[in-house]
Write a protein that binds this ligand. Structure first.
Ligand code: ADP
Length: 495
């Protein structure tokens, strides 16, 4: 099949979150499976420091933006590994900026215009590059207009007529919601500005637009695909998601097994694999205790956390439970993250008050994130919602037992340890359902109890380390979804 993946960011060209990991890894896996794959991205300022050559192609084009036209240029690079061609859309006024979407914490005021331009440019690139495409795979609100333009503006044009579209939601909370006059920028008829299509409480909503016009939609875990059809998780879009449930599915993201491999991780005090974990992981634990300023003790359980310090990640539960436990329980905590100021303050206070039990680093550090995954005994993710989540997969690979809230991708990857799952050999962590301090505490308590039962604890470690969460399986599921979407599209055309 011929697949064109498009997104606003992809590793190694640009990254603010998990979207970039997916869009950097998936095209390579698709190409390895024998599919002709290309990737189209904006040429952000930081793309130039990706370490790969980026060449101008000498192809300029113009697209309409409201009542004006804007010129763009095509650049070319290649994803290493399977030689996937990457086309970058250069438009310096829109993309030659310090950050991708915001400055000093506020969104750029022309974000709608920037991604209207980019979405139109993606479709123009198909013609300019003479690409034969079976399916365009668009991701998140920034490229949500691509399926809409395909259906509304490019309908009937031979090269485009056959192209099916898939739209993937990586996080439903970020919707690309803009004031209604931005509708003029899209060039689409006002008749589409209605509550069934592009309008959302008086605003233009790009996420909704993608959900409405794509031939198929999916999200990054099966459980999140179910959850977003409910008012609790649907971010007020559950109606449209329920309406489209026949074409909505969930595919777990894979993890990067090259950079996250304890047997070959340059950040660790000692590398290890499933056969050497029991001897060598304690070396990583002692090194982590040292880095975090905690007493170097082998006997005390060490609980890690890495992530954005925000409500989504359940950091309010983390700080409450730490406060309650630090007073009386012999347990150590290693926290790495940045985010909301209130959590910075609460965590700093805890670290000052309980220096022997709480280690906190308010920073972004790849090295330390690897050291926490390797050196901790448990890893906590009490997320309010979690579309997929990667850290729990890293934890499993590193023999660190996850303690998670059973939501989204966490529910799909972590099997709670109980008599039944132990007997079945599937137990790999601990989970709880209710979003409450009591439920989280209870799950941690169960984990701590089992930590003292070494044969069982070691079985949990062994099960997690032997599981395969790599992209290989997920990419095959994407291929199936692409094939089904293309087949349905062809049927509709020839009906
Ligand atoms: P999300 O995309 O919602 O932030 P994920 O678990 O899917 O959450 O991915 C987050 C990624 O960012 C993980 O690889 C995690 O290790 C990394 N990360 C988050 N915060 C930090 C930090 N402060 N330092 C290093 N890595 C971090």
């Amino acid at each position: 099949m011929k697949i064109l993946v498009t997104a606003s960011e992809a590793v190694p060209f640009s990254k603010t979150g998990g979207l970039a990991d997916v869009c950097g890894a998936l095209p390579t896996e698709l190409a390895r499976l024998g599919h002709e794959t290309s990737l189209v991205l904006p040429a952000h300022r930081n793309s130039w420091s990706c370490g790969l050559p980026i060449e101008p192609m000498g192809i300029d084009f113009i697209v309409p933006i409201g009542s004006k036209t804007v010129t763009g240029h095509l650049l070319k690079s290649t994803l290493p590994g399977a030689d996937v061609p990457v086309y970058l859309i250069q438009q310096d006024h829109y993309f030659d900026r310090d950050e991708l979407y915001q400055s000093d914490g506020s969104d750029y005021i022309d974000n709608c215009e920037r991604f209207v331009f980019f979405s139109r440019a993606v479709l123009e690139a198909i013609r300019l590059l003479d690409l034969q495409v079976d399916l365009v795979h668009a991701n998140d609100w920034q490229t949500a207009l691509v399926p809409a333009y395909l259906k509304l503006e490019y309908r009937g044009i031979p090269r485009y007529e056959q192209i099916a579209s898939l739209y993937t939601v990586h996080n439903l909370a970020y919707q690309g919601n803009f004031w209604h006059w931005d509708m003029l920028l899209t060039g689409l008829d006002w008749k589409y500005f209605n509550w069934r299509q592009m309008e959302f409480h008086g605003n233009l909503n790009l996420m909704k637009t993608g959900l409405v016009f794509a031939d198929a939609i999916n999200t990054v875990s099966p459980t999140y695909a179910q959850e977003i059809q409910t008012p609790e998780y649907g971010c007020a879009l559950e109606g449209i998601l329920q309406h489209r449930h026949n074409t909505l599915s969930g595919i777990l993201n894979g993890m990067d097994i090259v950079h996250w491999n304890p047997a070959d991780d340059p950040h660790l005090a000692s590398t290890y694999n499933v056969d050497t974990v029991l001897e060598n992981k304690p070396i990583c634990k002692a090194a982590l205790q040292k880095v975090m300023g905690l007493p170097e003790r082998a006997d005390v359980p060490l609980v890690g956390f890495v992530g954005r310090l925000c409500e989504q990640k359940g950091v309010d539960l983390v700080t409450k439970v730490m406060q309650a436990w630090a007073e009386e329980t012999d347990l150590q905590w290693a926290i790495l993250g940045t985010g909301d100021q209130k959590f910075h303050n609460q965590l700093s206070t805890l670290a000052e008050k309980y220096p022997d039990r709480v280690g906190v680093k308010l920073a972004f550090s790849a090295a330390l994130s690897h050291q926490i995954e390797a050196g901790s005994d448990m890893f906590m993710m009490p997320s309010r919602y979690e579309p997929c989540g990667l850290n729990q997969m890293y934890s499993l690979a590193y023999g660190t037992v996850p303690v998670v809230r059973a939501t989204g991708g966490l529910a799909d990857t972590i099997t709670n340890a109980d008599e039944q799952t132990f007997t079945a050999g599937t137990a790999n962590g601990f989970s709880f359902r209710e979003y409450s301090e009591a439920a989280f505490s209870e799950a941690l308590r169960r984990a701590c109890d089992m930590y003292c039962d070494k044969p069982r604890w070691n079985q949990l470690i062994d099960t997690g380390m032997r599981q395969d969460w790599s992209w290989a399986a997920s990419a095959k599921q994407y291929v199936k979804l692409y094939e089904a979407t293309v087949a349905r599209k062809n049927q509709a055309i020839h009906a």
